[in-house]
Every structure is written in structure tokens, then in C-alpha cells.
Design a binder for this molecule. Sequence first.
Ligand code: FRU
Length: 486
Amino acid sequence: TILTNDYRSNYHFSPRENWMNDPNGMVFFKGEYHLFYQYHPFGTTWGPMHWGHAVTKDLITWEELPVAIAPDEHGTIFSGSAVVDWNNTSGFFDGEPGLVAIFTHHLEVPNEQPVQRQSLAYSQDKGRTWNKYEGNPVLGHESIVDFRDPKVFWHEYSKHWIMIIACGQTVCLYRSPNLKEWTLCSEFGEGIGSHDGVWECPDLFPLAVDNDTQTEKWVMIVSIGADPAFKEGSRTQYFIGDFDGSTFVADENSRFVRWLDHGRDNYAGVSWSDIPQEDGRRLFMGWMSNWMYANHTPTESYRGAMTIARELSLETIDGKVTLIQRPARELEQARIPLISLQNVSVKEANTHLKSLQLVSYEIVAKWDSDQSVHFTLRNSSDQQTVVGLDPNQHEVYVDRRRSGIVNFHEHFLGIHTANIHAKRGEQQLRIYVDSSSVEVFANDGEIVLTDLIYPDADANRISIAADNESLILSSLHIYELSPGKV
Ligand code: FRU
């Protein structure tokens, strides 16, 4: 049975029933954003992986479709990507371009290490049905066991498909003219970045720096698996550098690690393929969970949700090219404006907030001082999630110690803090709250924290705190978010 009030997100994607992890095969084609995902159709914990499938036209309302790709003699279906083969390089299509999925076949072998090899499936009907390529698998590795999660893109300059794939604790880059035959170009990761776990779900794409199309940099995203030695669990790092069609060179050669998200629950995220050029955005979505406790979160009829879709960009902050995340603008269509105040004191703002009882909403707050501001969210007599920005301490945080159900894992309980590098005149917090999550975008996407929370449905009060209640907010907006509006 499907429970209606099962911490079900109102504007985040979650499967109708059963287990979901990584987003897979995200591709835009003929007006639809496709989302495939690691799916276990027969249970609410991780199990033999299939590719589940959903589509959306607006990045808010999703239509769940039947399972797209199921296990076969080569194994279960692990993570991977999908592309539009516009010029039929694969030979799978006849006249019309179609979709090709490139995924990992994971084969359990009795008394031996499992085998991970890459395979293809193609669809001639907008992703509704899939045929597996009879030449599968197309790529294996002779020595590395953890060889998975291929992300493929067309590199126009070299006129080849490029695959970035996790390979133990590095990534490998391959190229192909036809998606079927792959040649190794290079390997990246030795001695750089975090090696706190096995590398997974990489991505590689170019972005303009500071909106200047003349200065392009390449962003590499790499997720790192949970290792019991680290209480952060699974997390995602990124590198910025250059890519010439065969080799990626990172700008900095240090051991300094750059995290994509400073909360605990944004993992295995990658970007959408084939967003039309006239749109030009690089859209990202992650799995809103953490391998440390993913199998134990307190939902019953399903388990797993995705982050909101986010637009990525590169901006120079304190002389350093930095990955910026902002909510995809489509989310604004779900807004129901409830509070809109200008130049209001914290004290006065609280009198307005008293009347609200909300579960799914967005807050946008701005203030022109270096004083700290803290929001108490999903609040009842004994539950609260606190989000704050302290410009003096250069700190943003989410405190979920009293957020509701917290006892399903010893490391769920906690405060997650991030350094805000820049100190600008204006402070800004944009917070997305839903039935079981909070996503914080501080200073216009410079720092992001994504955290799961499990409060009671009636923990729905909001208030603001500051050291001095007379602190003036230059603006405060609160919108209920209702996908029904879209
Ligand atoms: C990342 C991951 C991938 C793998 C998949 C299996 O969360 O471990 O590396 O392909 O999940 O479900």
C-alpha cells in the first residue's frame, strides 16, 4: 500500500513506490526532460538495480513511466548516462535521431569479484521502449573492479564521443566515433582531490566563466562513496580545469578539496545532456540521500528523492573560479506569494510569520550588514530545523539535531557548517523547504547545503532570529510551493 503522508515531497521527485538512488541518463529530447534512476522495483532498500524512468516538461511536475532497462545475462543495471545520437553515429536509427543509454552492467560472480562492464541500449520512441545492443558489453577493464558510471557527451571540436568513467579512485577518459568502440585517452585523479572512498558518477562539461563566453573552463564532478572512517558519508567534489578532447588538467594541483554541497544529502548528481543551444543552461540534479544511512531513512512505501533541478555556472569569487548553483528558474512557476516585505525589522517580520503554517515553501531573505540571521523552520513545540548565515564568522549552517526523526543512524544528527568565502555588502539566504528536506542557497548560490529532515507534518511554523531584533531585512519573501499551480 502507498501511504499518502510518508514524508512524500511535494515538489521533489520521488518514485511512487520502492527504492531509488542515483539519477541516471538525464537527457532532454523533443520537449521532455528525461530522468532515469537507479531503481529496485521489488523493495524499499537497495537491491538488483533497474533503470526507473520519469519525464517532466517543467522540472517540477513529473510523470513516472514503466521501468526502462532491466537486468539480463550480463548483470544488473548500474548508473550511466544517455545522449541524443543526432547523426546516427551508432547506426541504431533510421532517419530520425534517437536516444542511446550508456550504462554499467554489474555482474555478480560466485566466489569471485563482481564484473563491471559498459553496455548500450537505444530507444526509437522517445525513451518509451528500449532495445539492448546485441554487441553488449562494449567496454571492460582488465584489472579494476570498480569500473562504472559512464557519462558520455559529444565533443564537437574533436568530433568524437567522450566518456568519463569512474575507475577505482580515479576517472578514465575514453573516446569513440560510434558509441560502440572506445579508446582510452587519459586518466585523472592520482594524488589530487579527496580519496576518502571509491570514485563514482563523474561528469565533465564546459562552462563560461563570469558569463564571458570567451573564457571557458571545464568542470569535473566526482562523487566519493561512503567509507565508515568518515562521518560525512558519501559526498561530491569538483575540479576546475581544461580539457583538450583527450586530457583533463586541473587548475590547481593541490590536495585542497572543493565540495559541491556542504550538507549531507546531495550525492551522485550529474548534469542533463542535450539541453538545446538556445537555452544554453547546464542543469544538475542529485540524489537527496547519503549511503551512510540511505537504507534506513524513515519512509515506508518508497525510499529516495532527488534534489530540485539546479542551474550551474562559474563565477570568480576572491580570485577563484567557483562552481555556483541556483534553483532552476522553472521552480518560480510553483510559487504562491504569501509574504513580501521590504525594509522590515526582524521583530516586525516575526509578527507576519506567526500566521503561517507551511510545509513546502521558499524563503528569500536579504540584509545589508554583517550581522547574523537564523531561520527556525519546520518548527513545533519539540521540533525545529535551524538555518543561519553569520557573515562575521563567514559561516552558513543547517542544524538538524532536533529536526524530527533523527535516531535511525548515529551520524544523522548534526550541524553542517560551510565557509562563505566572500564577504559582500549584501547577505542573502534562499531556502527551499519540503516535507523531508531543506536546500540552502547562500549568497546567490556560492554555498549550498542540502539536508534531509523528518519532522512531523504539523511541525510547520517559521520564525527568524538575529542578535538584535531591530536588524533590518532589506527584503523578505515567502512563497508556498505548489506544483499544482504549474
Ligand atoms: C553511486 C553508485 C554507483 C553505482 C550505483 C549502484 O551511488 O554506487 O557507483 O553505479 O550507485 O546502484
